[in-house]
Design a protein around this ligand. Structure first.
Ligand code: GLA
Length: 400
Protein backbone atom coordinates (compact mmCIF):
# COMPACT_ATOMS: atom_id res chain seq x y z
CA UNK A 1 0.00 0.00 0.00
CA UNK A 2 2.82 2.35 0.80
CA UNK A 3 4.21 1.84 -2.70
CA UNK A 4 0.78 2.55 -4.22
CA UNK A 5 0.40 5.83 -2.45
CA UNK A 6 3.87 6.79 -3.60
CA UNK A 7 2.92 6.01 -7.18
CA UNK A 8 -0.23 8.11 -6.82
CA UNK A 9 2.00 10.97 -5.85
CA UNK A 10 3.84 10.92 -9.17
CA UNK A 11 0.63 12.13 -10.83
CA UNK A 12 0.97 15.27 -8.80
CA UNK A 13 4.47 16.15 -9.76
CA UNK A 14 3.80 19.56 -11.22
CA UNK A 15 1.90 20.51 -8.11
CA UNK A 16 4.63 19.09 -5.95
CA UNK A 17 7.40 21.01 -7.73
CA UNK A 18 5.44 24.19 -7.18
CA UNK A 19 4.76 23.18 -3.62
CA UNK A 20 8.51 22.71 -3.11
CA UNK A 21 8.95 26.39 -3.91
CA UNK A 22 5.93 27.36 -1.83
CA UNK A 23 7.22 25.37 1.12
CA UNK A 24 10.47 27.30 1.00
CA UNK A 25 8.52 30.55 0.88
CA UNK A 26 5.93 29.59 3.46
CA UNK A 27 8.60 28.37 5.85
CA UNK A 28 9.80 31.93 5.97
CA UNK A 29 6.44 33.22 7.08
CA UNK A 30 4.43 30.44 8.68
CA UNK A 31 6.08 29.98 12.03
CA UNK A 32 3.91 32.37 13.95
CA UNK A 33 5.94 34.62 16.12
CA UNK A 34 9.16 33.46 14.46
CA UNK A 35 9.88 36.73 12.65
CA UNK A 36 13.42 38.12 12.45
CA UNK A 37 14.80 39.71 15.60
CA UNK A 38 16.02 43.30 15.02
CA UNK A 39 19.78 43.23 14.78
CA UNK A 40 19.95 39.50 15.58
CA UNK A 41 20.28 36.38 13.44
CA UNK A 42 16.92 35.32 11.98
CA UNK A 43 15.44 32.44 13.98
CA UNK A 44 15.71 28.95 12.54
CA UNK A 45 12.85 27.79 10.32
CA UNK A 46 14.11 24.34 9.67
CA UNK A 47 13.86 21.57 12.19
CA UNK A 48 17.54 20.71 11.84
CA UNK A 49 18.62 24.29 12.57
CA UNK A 50 16.07 24.81 15.33
CA UNK A 51 17.47 21.88 17.34
CA UNK A 52 21.13 22.18 16.28
CA UNK A 53 23.43 21.47 19.19
CA UNK A 54 20.64 19.63 21.07
CA UNK A 55 19.85 16.55 18.97
CA UNK A 56 19.55 15.52 15.32
CA UNK A 57 16.06 15.69 13.83
CA UNK A 58 15.24 13.34 10.97
CA UNK A 59 12.80 11.33 8.93
CA UNK A 60 12.41 7.81 7.56
CA UNK A 61 12.44 7.68 3.76
CA UNK A 62 10.36 5.27 1.67
CA UNK A 63 11.99 3.99 -1.54
CA UNK A 64 9.32 5.70 -3.67
CA UNK A 65 10.63 9.18 -2.75
CA UNK A 66 13.67 8.50 -4.95
CA UNK A 67 11.44 7.79 -7.94
CA UNK A 68 9.37 11.00 -7.75
CA UNK A 69 10.17 13.11 -10.80
CA UNK A 70 12.03 16.17 -9.55
CA UNK A 71 12.23 14.54 -6.10
CA UNK A 72 10.22 17.28 -4.36
CA UNK A 73 9.89 15.38 -1.09
CA UNK A 74 13.63 14.71 -0.96
CA UNK A 75 14.12 18.45 -1.45
CA UNK A 76 11.99 19.05 1.61
CA UNK A 77 13.99 16.42 3.53
CA UNK A 78 17.29 18.08 2.61
CA UNK A 79 16.03 21.46 3.82
CA UNK A 80 14.46 20.24 7.04
CA UNK A 81 16.29 17.20 8.38
CA UNK A 82 19.79 16.28 9.53
CA UNK A 83 19.35 12.50 9.80
CA UNK A 84 17.59 9.83 7.73
CA UNK A 85 16.49 6.23 8.23
CA UNK A 86 15.36 3.85 5.48
CA UNK A 87 11.79 2.55 5.78
CA UNK A 88 12.55 -0.74 4.03
CA UNK A 89 15.55 -0.92 1.70
CA UNK A 90 18.05 -2.22 4.27
CA UNK A 91 15.78 -4.77 5.94
CA UNK A 92 16.92 -8.34 5.31
CA UNK A 93 14.03 -9.27 2.98
CA UNK A 94 14.08 -6.29 0.62
CA UNK A 95 17.92 -6.09 0.68
CA UNK A 96 18.84 -9.76 0.36
CA UNK A 97 15.68 -11.66 -0.70
CA UNK A 98 17.47 -14.87 -1.67
CA UNK A 99 20.80 -16.35 -0.72
CA UNK A 100 23.56 -14.37 -2.49
CA UNK A 101 21.01 -12.11 -4.25
CA UNK A 102 21.29 -8.47 -3.22
CA UNK A 103 19.20 -5.42 -4.14
CA UNK A 104 21.77 -2.71 -3.65
CA UNK A 105 20.17 -0.02 -5.75
CA UNK A 106 17.67 1.39 -3.25
CA UNK A 107 20.06 1.19 -0.31
CA UNK A 108 22.90 2.79 -2.28
CA UNK A 109 20.65 5.70 -3.33
CA UNK A 110 19.49 6.18 0.27
CA UNK A 111 23.03 6.20 1.68
CA UNK A 112 24.32 8.46 -1.09
CA UNK A 113 21.55 10.99 -0.47
CA UNK A 114 22.45 11.10 3.23
CA UNK A 115 26.17 11.55 2.58
CA UNK A 116 25.63 14.20 -0.06
CA UNK A 117 23.62 16.22 2.43
CA UNK A 118 26.01 15.70 5.33
CA UNK A 119 23.43 13.76 7.33
CA UNK A 120 23.64 11.27 10.19
CA UNK A 121 22.67 8.09 8.32
CA UNK A 122 20.89 5.28 10.16
CA UNK A 123 20.77 1.62 9.09
CA UNK A 124 17.45 -0.10 9.87
CA UNK A 125 17.51 -2.99 10.71
CA UNK A 126 19.95 -5.90 11.00
CA UNK A 127 17.78 -8.48 12.81
CA UNK A 128 13.98 -8.46 13.16
CA UNK A 129 11.29 -11.16 13.32
CA UNK A 130 9.37 -9.49 10.48
CA UNK A 131 10.50 -8.93 6.86
CA UNK A 132 13.18 -11.61 7.20
CA UNK A 133 12.92 -14.25 4.45
CA UNK A 134 12.43 -17.93 5.30
CA UNK A 135 15.62 -18.96 3.47
CA UNK A 136 17.64 -17.37 6.27
CA UNK A 137 16.49 -20.15 8.61
CA UNK A 138 16.62 -23.03 6.11
CA UNK A 139 19.19 -25.13 4.28
CA UNK A 140 19.10 -25.67 0.50
CA UNK A 141 16.47 -28.41 0.94
CA UNK A 142 14.22 -26.21 3.05
CA UNK A 143 15.12 -27.96 6.34
CA UNK A 144 15.65 -25.81 9.47
CA UNK A 145 19.29 -24.91 10.14
CA UNK A 146 21.01 -25.01 13.54
CA UNK A 147 22.61 -22.42 15.77
CA UNK A 148 26.09 -22.31 14.21
CA UNK A 149 24.76 -22.05 10.67
CA UNK A 150 22.41 -19.21 11.62
CA UNK A 151 25.15 -17.29 13.47
CA UNK A 152 27.26 -17.63 10.32
CA UNK A 153 24.49 -16.13 8.18
CA UNK A 154 24.04 -13.27 10.61
CA UNK A 155 27.77 -12.54 10.46
CA UNK A 156 27.71 -12.64 6.66
CA UNK A 157 24.91 -10.07 6.61
CA UNK A 158 26.77 -7.70 8.93
CA UNK A 159 30.03 -8.19 6.99
CA UNK A 160 28.25 -7.43 3.76
CA UNK A 161 26.74 -4.15 4.93
CA UNK A 162 29.98 -3.26 6.73
CA UNK A 163 32.06 -3.72 3.59
CA UNK A 164 29.66 -1.70 1.45
CA UNK A 165 28.67 1.10 3.84
CA UNK A 166 31.36 1.09 6.54
CA UNK A 167 32.10 4.79 6.34
CA UNK A 168 28.60 5.85 5.39
CA UNK A 169 26.22 4.50 8.00
CA UNK A 170 26.54 6.17 11.40
CA UNK A 171 24.21 3.96 13.45
CA UNK A 172 22.47 0.59 13.09
CA UNK A 173 19.35 -0.76 14.72
CA UNK A 174 20.95 -4.12 15.52
CA UNK A 175 17.85 -5.82 16.92
CA UNK A 176 14.24 -4.67 16.53
CA UNK A 177 11.26 -5.66 18.71
CA UNK A 178 12.59 -8.79 20.43
CA UNK A 179 10.99 -8.10 23.83
CA UNK A 180 7.27 -8.14 24.69
CA UNK A 181 5.17 -5.71 26.77
CA UNK A 182 5.58 -8.00 29.79
CA UNK A 183 9.36 -8.14 29.45
CA UNK A 184 9.47 -11.72 28.15
CA UNK A 185 11.25 -12.62 24.92
CA UNK A 186 9.08 -12.50 21.77
CA UNK A 187 8.57 -15.91 20.17
CA UNK A 188 10.39 -15.91 16.83
CA UNK A 189 12.64 -18.07 14.69
CA UNK A 190 15.60 -16.22 16.19
CA UNK A 191 14.56 -17.31 19.67
CA UNK A 192 13.76 -20.83 18.49
CA UNK A 193 17.15 -21.46 16.91
CA UNK A 194 19.49 -19.34 19.05
CA UNK A 195 17.75 -19.42 22.43
CA UNK A 196 17.28 -16.72 25.08
CA UNK A 197 20.68 -15.16 24.45
CA UNK A 198 19.95 -14.31 20.83
CA UNK A 199 19.99 -10.53 21.31
CA UNK A 200 23.41 -10.90 22.88
CA UNK A 201 24.60 -13.02 19.91
CA UNK A 202 23.40 -10.30 17.54
CA UNK A 203 25.19 -7.49 19.39
CA UNK A 204 28.39 -9.52 19.70
CA UNK A 205 28.48 -10.05 15.94
CA UNK A 206 27.61 -6.41 15.17
CA UNK A 207 30.25 -5.17 17.62
CA UNK A 208 32.91 -7.36 16.05
CA UNK A 209 32.11 -6.54 12.43
CA UNK A 210 31.12 -2.86 12.47
CA UNK A 211 33.54 0.03 13.12
CA UNK A 212 33.78 1.42 16.66
CA UNK A 213 32.38 4.72 15.38
CA UNK A 214 29.08 3.10 14.31
CA UNK A 215 26.42 3.41 17.02
CA UNK A 216 24.73 0.10 17.84
CA UNK A 217 21.11 0.29 19.02
CA UNK A 218 18.35 -1.88 20.43
CA UNK A 219 15.01 -0.59 19.01
CA UNK A 220 11.42 -1.30 20.11
CA UNK A 221 7.90 0.11 20.41
CA UNK A 222 5.81 0.75 23.56
CA UNK A 223 8.99 1.39 25.52
CA UNK A 224 6.95 3.03 28.27
CA UNK A 225 5.42 -0.33 29.28
CA UNK A 226 7.01 -1.20 32.56
CA UNK A 227 7.82 -4.81 31.68
CA UNK A 228 9.57 -3.90 28.45
CA UNK A 229 11.34 -0.88 29.96
CA UNK A 230 12.79 -2.94 32.80
CA UNK A 231 13.79 -5.78 30.48
CA UNK A 232 15.61 -3.37 28.13
CA UNK A 233 17.42 -1.78 31.08
CA UNK A 234 18.49 -5.28 32.23
CA UNK A 235 19.62 -6.11 28.69
CA UNK A 236 21.76 -2.96 28.42
CA UNK A 237 23.38 -3.57 31.81
CA UNK A 238 24.03 -7.24 31.01
CA UNK A 239 25.65 -6.46 27.65
CA UNK A 240 27.82 -3.80 29.24
CA UNK A 241 28.85 -6.16 32.05
CA UNK A 242 29.95 -8.68 29.39
CA UNK A 243 31.76 -5.93 27.45
CA UNK A 244 29.49 -6.42 24.44
CA UNK A 245 28.99 -3.11 22.73
CA UNK A 246 25.60 -1.35 22.82
CA UNK A 247 25.53 2.42 22.38
CA UNK A 248 21.89 3.36 22.36
CA UNK A 249 18.28 2.46 22.83
CA UNK A 250 15.73 3.39 20.19
CA UNK A 251 12.25 4.30 21.43
CA UNK A 252 10.08 3.99 18.35
CA UNK A 253 7.57 6.66 19.38
CA UNK A 254 4.49 5.42 17.52
CA UNK A 255 2.27 7.40 19.85
CA UNK A 256 -1.20 8.97 19.90
CA UNK A 257 -2.80 12.23 21.00
CA UNK A 258 -3.70 10.75 24.37
CA UNK A 259 -0.84 8.46 25.23
CA UNK A 260 1.58 7.51 26.49
CA UNK A 261 1.79 10.15 29.21
CA UNK A 262 4.72 12.55 29.06
CA UNK A 263 5.86 11.46 32.49
CA UNK A 264 5.98 7.80 31.41
CA UNK A 265 8.03 8.67 28.33
CA UNK A 266 10.31 10.68 30.62
CA UNK A 267 10.74 7.71 32.98
CA UNK A 268 11.98 5.55 30.11
CA UNK A 269 14.36 8.21 28.74
CA UNK A 270 15.89 8.59 32.20
CA UNK A 271 16.02 4.82 32.84
CA UNK A 272 17.83 4.05 29.58
CA UNK A 273 20.26 6.89 30.11
CA UNK A 274 21.01 5.71 33.64
CA UNK A 275 21.72 2.25 32.25
CA UNK A 276 24.56 3.90 30.32
CA UNK A 277 23.32 4.49 26.75
CA UNK A 278 22.03 7.35 24.60
CA UNK A 279 18.37 7.53 23.73
CA UNK A 280 17.19 7.78 20.11
CA UNK A 281 13.54 8.55 19.38
CA UNK A 282 13.47 6.49 16.22
CA UNK A 283 9.99 6.26 14.69
CA UNK A 284 7.98 9.23 15.86
CA UNK A 285 4.40 9.81 14.71
CA UNK A 286 1.19 10.81 16.48
CA UNK A 287 -1.90 8.89 15.41
CA UNK A 288 -5.03 11.11 15.40
CA UNK A 289 -7.52 8.40 14.36
CA UNK A 290 -9.60 6.19 16.65
CA UNK A 291 -8.31 2.75 17.57
CA UNK A 292 -9.91 -0.15 19.34
CA UNK A 293 -8.64 -1.25 22.73
CA UNK A 294 -5.64 -3.56 22.54
CA UNK A 295 -4.45 -2.05 19.26
CA UNK A 296 -1.91 0.40 20.62
CA UNK A 297 1.77 -0.29 20.10
CA UNK A 298 3.09 -1.07 16.63
CA UNK A 299 2.83 -4.81 16.19
CA UNK A 300 2.77 -5.06 12.39
CA UNK A 301 1.16 -8.51 12.58
CA UNK A 302 -2.05 -7.06 14.07
CA UNK A 303 -4.65 -5.76 11.63
CA UNK A 304 -8.30 -4.73 11.78
CA UNK A 305 -11.13 -4.42 9.30
CA UNK A 306 -12.34 -0.85 9.07
CA UNK A 307 -15.75 0.74 9.33
CA UNK A 308 -16.44 4.38 8.36
CA UNK A 309 -16.61 5.61 11.95
CA UNK A 310 -12.96 4.61 12.28
CA UNK A 311 -11.99 7.02 9.45
CA UNK A 312 -13.61 10.35 10.43
CA UNK A 313 -11.30 12.90 8.73
CA UNK A 314 -11.32 11.86 5.07
CA UNK A 315 -12.00 15.46 3.98
CA UNK A 316 -9.45 17.16 6.18
CA UNK A 317 -8.41 17.48 9.80
CA UNK A 318 -10.66 19.92 11.74
CA UNK A 319 -8.93 22.91 13.28
CA UNK A 320 -9.54 21.70 16.79
CA UNK A 321 -7.71 18.46 16.01
CA UNK A 322 -4.84 20.42 14.39
CA UNK A 323 -4.56 22.31 17.66
CA UNK A 324 -4.54 19.12 19.70
CA UNK A 325 -1.85 17.65 17.48
CA UNK A 326 0.24 20.82 17.77
CA UNK A 327 -0.11 20.76 21.55
CA UNK A 328 0.90 17.09 21.73
CA UNK A 329 3.98 17.72 19.58
CA UNK A 330 4.90 20.80 21.65
CA UNK A 331 4.70 18.71 24.83
CA UNK A 332 6.83 15.95 23.30
CA UNK A 333 9.53 18.29 22.02
CA UNK A 334 9.48 20.18 25.33
CA UNK A 335 10.30 16.88 27.01
CA UNK A 336 13.00 16.02 24.46
CA UNK A 337 14.64 19.42 25.00
CA UNK A 338 14.53 18.97 28.77
CA UNK A 339 16.50 15.74 28.28
CA UNK A 340 18.59 16.76 25.29
CA UNK A 341 21.73 15.70 27.18
CA UNK A 342 20.39 12.12 26.97
CA UNK A 343 18.86 12.20 23.49
CA UNK A 344 20.99 11.92 20.37
CA UNK A 345 18.30 11.94 17.71
CA UNK A 346 14.58 12.34 17.04
CA UNK A 347 13.40 10.73 13.78
CA UNK A 348 9.87 10.92 12.37
CA UNK A 349 8.54 7.79 10.69
CA UNK A 350 7.84 9.40 7.33
CA UNK A 351 8.05 12.90 5.85
CA UNK A 352 4.51 13.98 4.92
CA UNK A 353 1.08 12.70 5.96
CA UNK A 354 0.65 11.32 2.44
CA UNK A 355 3.36 8.70 2.94
CA UNK A 356 2.71 7.65 6.52
CA UNK A 357 2.27 3.94 7.21
CA UNK A 358 -0.58 4.98 9.56
CA UNK A 359 -2.83 5.51 6.52
CA UNK A 360 -2.74 1.71 6.24
CA UNK A 361 -2.21 0.35 9.73
CA UNK A 362 -3.92 -1.08 11.70
CA UNK A 363 -6.74 -0.49 9.17
CA UNK A 364 -6.07 -0.16 5.45
CA UNK A 365 -6.90 2.94 3.42
CA UNK A 366 -7.68 5.53 6.10
CA UNK A 367 -6.71 9.21 6.02
CA UNK A 368 -4.33 9.95 8.88
CA UNK A 369 -2.41 13.09 9.87
CA UNK A 370 0.45 11.98 12.13
CA UNK A 371 3.40 14.10 10.91
CA UNK A 372 4.50 17.76 10.72
CA UNK A 373 3.99 18.19 6.95
CA UNK A 374 0.64 17.81 5.17
CA UNK A 375 -0.05 15.75 2.06
CA UNK A 376 1.36 18.50 -0.18
CA UNK A 377 4.51 18.89 1.93
CA UNK A 378 3.34 22.11 3.61
CA UNK A 379 4.17 22.67 7.28
CA UNK A 380 1.19 22.16 9.61
CA UNK A 381 0.41 24.06 12.83
CA UNK A 382 2.25 21.21 14.60
CA UNK A 383 5.42 22.24 12.72
CA UNK A 384 5.07 25.81 14.00
CA UNK A 385 4.52 24.51 17.50
CA UNK A 386 7.70 22.43 17.42
CA UNK A 387 9.78 25.30 16.01
CA UNK A 388 8.35 27.60 18.68
CA UNK A 389 9.32 25.20 21.47
CA UNK A 390 12.91 25.28 20.20
CA UNK A 391 12.85 29.08 19.88
CA UNK A 392 11.41 29.61 23.35
CA UNK A 393 13.99 27.28 24.85
CA UNK A 394 16.84 29.12 23.07
CA UNK A 395 15.41 32.43 24.38
CA UNK A 396 15.30 31.01 27.90
CA UNK A 397 18.96 29.97 27.65
CA UNK A 398 19.94 33.45 26.36
CA UNK A 399 18.24 35.32 29.17
CA UNK A 400 19.44 33.02 31.94
C1 GLA B 1 8.08 -1.05 12.89
C2 GLA B 1 9.41 -1.19 12.17
C3 GLA B 1 9.51 -0.26 11.01
C4 GLA B 1 8.25 -0.20 10.19
C5 GLA B 1 7.08 0.09 11.06
C6 GLA B 1 5.82 0.13 10.27
O1 GLA B 1 8.02 0.03 13.72
O2 GLA B 1 10.51 -0.97 13.00
O3 GLA B 1 10.56 -0.68 10.20
O4 GLA B 1 8.06 -1.42 9.50
O5 GLA B 1 6.98 -0.95 12.01
O6 GLA B 1 5.95 0.80 9.06
Amino acid sequence: MREESEVAMIGNVATMALVGVLVAVSLCSCASGAGGEPGGAPPARSLKDAFAGRFHVGAALGGGLFREPGQPTLGLVARQFGTISPENVLKWGPFNPRSRVYNHEGADAFVKFGRRNGMFVVGHVLFWHSQTPDWVFEDSRGKPIGREALLKRMRERVRHVASRYRKHIDAWDVVNEAILDNGKMRKSKWLEVLGDGWIEDAFRIAGEELPRSTKLLYNDYSMTMRGRRDAVVRLVRELKRKKIRIDGVGMQGHWSLGGPRIRDIEKSIVAFHEAGVDVHITELDVDVLPRKAGMWGADVAKRLEGDPTMDPYRDGLPEEMQRKLAKRYADLFGLFLKHSDKIERVTFWGVTDRHSWLNNWPIKGRTNYPLLFDREGRPKPAFDAVINVARDSAEAVKTR
